[in-house]
Design a protein around this ligand. Sequence first.
Ligand SMILES: *Cc1c(COP(=O)(O)O)cnc(C)c1O
Length: 400
Amino acid sequence: MRDETRCLTTRPLDVDGFRALQPPVTRAATVVFPDSASFEKRYDRFYDGYTYGLYGTPTTCVLEEQIAALNHGVRSVLTPSGQSAMVLALLTCLEPGDHLLIPHAVYGSTRAFCTGRLASLGITVEFYEPMIGGGIAALLRPSTRVVIVESPGSNTMEVQDLPTIAAAAHASGALVIADNTWAGPLLCKALDHGADIVMEALSKHAGGHGDVLMGALTVRDEGLHRRLKDMTRLLGLGVSADDAALVLRGLQTMAVRIDRAAASGLALARWLVEREEVAHVLHPALPDADGHELWKRDFTGCNGVFSFLLAAPFSGQEHRFIDALRLFSIGASWGGTQSLVSPQALGRDDLRLGQRDTRLVRLSVGLEALCDLQTDLEDGFAALAAIPATSSHQRRPAAE
Ligand SMILES: *Cc1c(COP(=O)(O)O)cnc(C)c1O
């Protein structure tokens, strides 16, 4: 054999006699077959074996099993992002002519996909109040195929009555897709509370270090798993073994990271409640939070992600506050080791909180020392205090 051929020829990996603590990273586009007959029959093992790197490798399968088990599910599918997981679930479950219910506080890109794309595919998209509870029954139609639940809601943090909504949806023949990204499987087992498909952005707490993107769907029903898996093939969705290994690593420390971030986050939330510059703190563990009792009933804890609104005369000055922070980096995503802050639009008029374009400040509290984080936020308030404390009415230039 000539050297250039030798360079292309390695003996197949034999892992007998080798065991590491972590699963190996099994990169592959091509999966090879022992003979042409098994290649031709490769889709027989599409759901349970290896056919092509896009549809699963040993590393991604280890992660899928882990995610399914954590969620009390039977099967999971991994996708390249949380957003693609939600898109996959919706495209699998909906047909033209179907009716879809989504909560007002749904994640912004889910909203955009539903109103922008699903609507143009002939699916009727209807919003509902996140705190609707059993009132959802009045919105269910014979054509309602899917109810999305996201609890707590993005930014405004309402905790929904998932079991009640799921019971009504099931009675009317609709499936419930729960975006459980905030809680993840450690804080809420959404399948146990009635969801049919639990979606999670693993980019957040599971990845946990702001350096990997991934999503997952978990189900109990094998038939539903097959439909989701078929759709991953049509859409060409898959994840790399390298990314799966990063998420597997993240899972090992997820519980301690969430505990620490939750403790710091709650301490900061309680401190913010007392600040005169703050009008509302939106955190499910605070007694006045929308759905606080539901959170106590259905969740086992919280994490470090919550929002607050500045009080008059500082509302409208969120950027000043945020730009003065040094430990909280400004950026999207959350649930990582380092604290993040971002301005988020309320997105709709709310009697209690403000108008559609009212900005709230969303914090993702990380693992830094609590006292340092508090000092950073104090610097933010100091930047606000530098504004002359006139009311927004007085600040507005005369109309004439
Ligand atoms: C971040 C997030 C997503 C999307 O996850 P990506 O991995 O960033 O695509 C979906 N839902 C919620 C609630 C999120 O916070």
